[in-house]
Design a protein around this ligand. Structure first.
Ligand code: ANZ
Ligand code: ZN
Length: 818
């Protein structure tokens, strides 16, 4: 064995050996329990990994290694989310083809991931931009299409002028796209949609069955945004019908105006000649604003009168119709009945535009103000409400809805915040959409046999500002024949956004080389669902909702025997630069794993990343921290390198050490299960310290000491795979440490945290002191000499000797004559 710890030498040696012996290959052993542990697959950025990525990949690697030692058949794969805007943008900026970039970047990622000691099964690597993968993304698209769950529609879409593509509403916040570009606007363009709203209730209900962080579930619930309410139809004096959605139908007696979103299709018909100029100016102003801004409660409620009037179906009142941008075009019917007496936003609007406020619910004798401006938004008793006056408002709500339904003026309905998912991108680097347009047959899907529809080669794929996909410039691709009538036809030129690939990639890992289906049914049933999925909290809705939707759909198609893809989900905390800011190349504060591994070794990096903070907590990188991790590993190394007792040498049991050992096994095991990795390291440090303590006080002459040395290595193996493998071999063991069984603890032997040590004076027990386990001689002595009993019995005698039997007894010998 080497004299001193040299990670540079041992790590590259074991990397090679593990590759040769294919140590981390996962096979389908049907009789063995499986465990599928997955990281969100990364987009292979040209910049490579920075140490921030390690906060995701190292903990999942520890869990995978631990589960292997626990006897599970572990699937721990890695692949690349290679299609999509980030890669394409990088390609355009650097003037290199995305295929070349992707291959280069993935090779670099793979090298870095191996370097930090991850135990991925590389025989299962996947790349979503390769035809053997995207062929199946297209196949799923056709499956959805056949079930009517994919459709094409022309309406107002979000358009990012920087990305030069349409975006799903899920990818827009305010007027900023998910890639942080401002200036996102609405355009009227045809696009393809997944009908995710069809699954809204299903996606909502089964959230209860999965072990996910509560905050992520809440974000998804709010995103789906289910509201029960009522459609009410208001007829205008000129014969049109304006439908509105309300969750409070009983407030209809308090309606003093209707408001339409500026984009509402009836706006132009309703607008009187005198108001035309104002209404169209207002439209121009409103269309430039993002959804979040429009809904902001603090903003002044602008609007303009259309000049038209509608009739309240319950009391025949004539009410003015306004146009206002606080009404969203895409929610409900894009129209609201204005109830300024009981709705905060309507109240602000009424104040702003001098509209009457009418109160129809009150709490008799009470002071009803319960909103910032004093509007009563709660439930109470109906007043000024015709035949319903005097009724409790929630009872009136039911009766009024019944009456509306009976008279054909509307009906009960459920409304969702969530919209259908727009998948079209007018960009090059994505999965081509397998649809053609034929003069006589219209829109025709390709047949499964025609897949993959290959992405054509292009040298210049920069968007040209027309709003058309770069693919529309490839004549050979666009011009084709109709699969139905064989007449000339044109292909769809949009590609699918990257979220299509990530909606099913985790299924592909179960049988990555399957060529007669997206996956092998038997294998997917053995491995899936994913038992543990770990990634950043920023994916609360998009990817995590789409993947659930696809899985529910595939289950309904009989392809899967489960509905939820990720049984348990964890979000790791972020790792910030030493300056407390996000690591980014632009800021120049990126720390790469390469530089750290070079200087300290991969094991030290792993120990530090686990020890730096609780798993979910954000934390800053610190040089002192990585130094501390390296020092700990040096200590571990020296413990073995200096000396290792031969098996036969000693047979007696060191009961205290044994007790601590079993406690450490228990702690480490339970803490790994609870992802409390930082405290796992503390336990292992404690055991290391105790072994040093014993060594320095000749306490190594026991069978227990040797056993403890062995167990320390086993417990440390998932965390620091290189040093433990080296020491395992160096201390005469056969086989890889990573294939050993995880140590078990004996509950009867687990030492309590506190331990009682009898104190003798000249062989007679005088008292008992309680100290923390593992005991240290100095602490026991201090406790003994602080005890009044001991002081009384010593009575000033001269102390000749203090003998400490670790964990058992302390004896003070005195000179009675003194
Ligand atoms: C009248 C009313 C009276 C309302 C009242 C509320 C309180 P949730 O719960 O989020 O579903 N609304 C309907 N369509 C809208 C649109 N396109 N843009 C903006 N607001 C819209 O909200 C339902 C309520 O949001 C509906 O009930 C409607 O206002 C408003 F005392 O109708 B309510
Ligand atoms: Zn045709």
């Amino acid at each position: 064995m080497l004299e001193s710890y040299n990670p540079q030498i041992i790590e590259s040696k074991w990397l090679r050996e593990w590759q040769i012996s294919k140590l981390y290959r996962a096979g389908e052993q049907q009789d063995q329990a499986k465990y599928y542990c997955l990281d969100f697959f990364p987009y292979p950025s040209g910049d490579g990994l920075h140490v921030g990525h390690c906060r995701n990949y190292i903990p999942t690697d520890v869990i995978s290694r631990y589960m292997r030692m626990r006897g599970y058949n572990v699937l721990h794969p890695m692949g690349w989310d290679a299609f999509g805007e980030p890669t394409e943008q990088y390609a355009i900026t650097h003037g290199i083809h995305p295929r070349v970039i992707t291959d280069r970047s993935t090779a670099n990622f793979r090298r870095q991931m191996e370097m930090i000691g991850t135990s991925y099964d590389w025989s299962r690597e996947i790349d979503s931009s390769k035809p053997d993968f995207y062929r199946w993304t297209q196949w799923f698209f056709l499956k959805f299409y056949k079930q009517g769950l994919v459709y094409r529609d022309t309406s107002w879409q979000w358009w990012c002028p920087t990305c030069q593509t349409t975006l799903s509403s899920h990818e827009v916040q305010g007027d900023v796209c998910w890639r942080d570009h401002p200036g996102v606007e609405k355009r009227e363009i045809p696009a393809w949609y997944f009908r995710i709203t069809e699954y809204a209730d299903d996606l909502l209900a089964s959230l209860d069955q999965i072990e996910w962080p509560e905050r992520i579930k809440t974000i998804q619930r709010n995103w789906i945004g289910r509201s029960e309410g009522c459609q009410i139809d208001f007829r205008t004096k000129t014969g049109q019908v304006i439908s509105i959605f309300t969750t409070r139908p009983e407030t209809i007696f308090g309606v003093t105006f209707l408001t339409l979103a500026p984009e509402h299709p009836l706006v132009s018909e309703l607008t009187s000649d005198g108001q035309k100029r104002h209404v169209s100016a207002y439209f121009d102003q409103a269309s430039k604003m993002g959804e979040v801004e429009r809904q902001s409660t603090s903003r002044v409620k602008t609007g303009v009168f259309s000049g038209g009037y509608a009739i309240n179906p319950l009391n025949g009142d004539q009410i003015p119709v306004w146009v206002a941008d606080y009404v969203l075009p895409s929610y409900g019917f894009g129209a609201v009945m204005g109830v300024p007496g009981h709705d905060e936003r309507d109240y602000q609007f009424a104040l702003e535009h001098d509209l009457p406020v009418k109160c129809v619910i009150e709490i008799p004798g009470g002071s009803p103000e319960n909103s910032p401006s004093g509007v009563f938004t709660g439930h109470g008793v109906m007043t000024q409400a015709g035949p319903y006056s005097g009724l409790p408002s929630n009872q009136a709500s039911k009766q009024i809805t019944d009456q509306i339904e009976q008279h054909g003026n509307g009906k009960r309905m459920v409304q969702y915040r969530m919209h259908d998912w727009l998948i079209s991108r007018q960009r090059y680097w994505g999965t081509p959409i397998p649809i053609v347009y034929c003069e006589s047959c219209g829109e025709v899907p390709l047949s499964e046999e025609d897949l993959p529809l290959l992405l054509p080669e292009m040298d210049d794929f920069t968007p040209d500002g027309t709003g058309n996909s770069p693919l529309s410039r490839v004549e050979d691709f666009v011009n084709t024949h109709c699969p139905r009538c064989n007449e000339p036809a044109r292909r769809e030129t949009d590609t699918m956004g990257g979220f299509a690939c990530s909606s099913w990639y985790f299924l592909r890992f179960t049988s990555p080389h399957s060529s007669d289906g997206p996956f092998d049914l038997e294998k997917v049933r053995y491995w899936a669902p994913v038992d543990l999925y770990v990634g950043g909290v920023e994916h609360a809705v998009l990817h995590l909702l789409y993947a659930r939707f696809w899985t529910h759909f595939l289950a309904d198609q009989g392809l899967l025997n489960f509905r939820e893809p990720f049984t348990k989900l964890l979000n790791q905390g972020q790792l910030m630069a030493p300056d407390g800011r996000r690591m980014s190349k632009a800021r120049g504060n990126v720390i790469t794993p390469d530089s750290i591994v070079d200087q300290y070794g991969a094991d030290a990096l792993r120990v530090y990343v686990l020890f730096m903070a609780p798993f979910e907590q954000d934390v800053d990188w610190s040089e002192a921290g990585i130094n501390g991790a390296r020092r700990f590993l040096n200590r571990v190394w020296n413990l073995y390198a200096g000396f290792y007792p031969a098996e036969e040498s000693y047979d007696h049991i060191d009961a205290e050490l044994e007790g601590v050992l079993h406690r450490v096994i228990q702690d480490v095991t339970q803490r790994i299960e609870q992802q409390r990795f930082n405290t796992v390291i503390s336990s292992l440090m404690e055991l290391t310290n105790l072994l040093y303590d014993r060594y320095n006080s000749e306490g190594w002459q026991s069978a227990t000491y040797r056993q403890a040395l062995e167990i320390l290595l086993l417990l440390l193996a998932p965390i620091a795979p290189f040093i433990t493998e080296e020491l395992w071999k160096g201390t005469g063991h056969q086989g890889s440490i990573h294939l050993q069984d995880w140590p078990k603890w004996d509950q009867n032997l687990v030492l309590d945290q506190q331990i009682q040590i009898p104190i003798q004076i000249n062989g007679k027990k005088r008292t008992v002191v309680e100290v923390d386990a593992p005991t240290r001689r100095s602490e026991v002595e201090a406790a003994a000499f602080a005890s009044p009993d001991v002081m009384r019995h010593l009575d000033g005698q001269k102390i000749l000797e203090v003998i400490y039997v670790p964990g058992k007894i302390l004896n003070i010998r005195t000179d009675p004559a003194s």
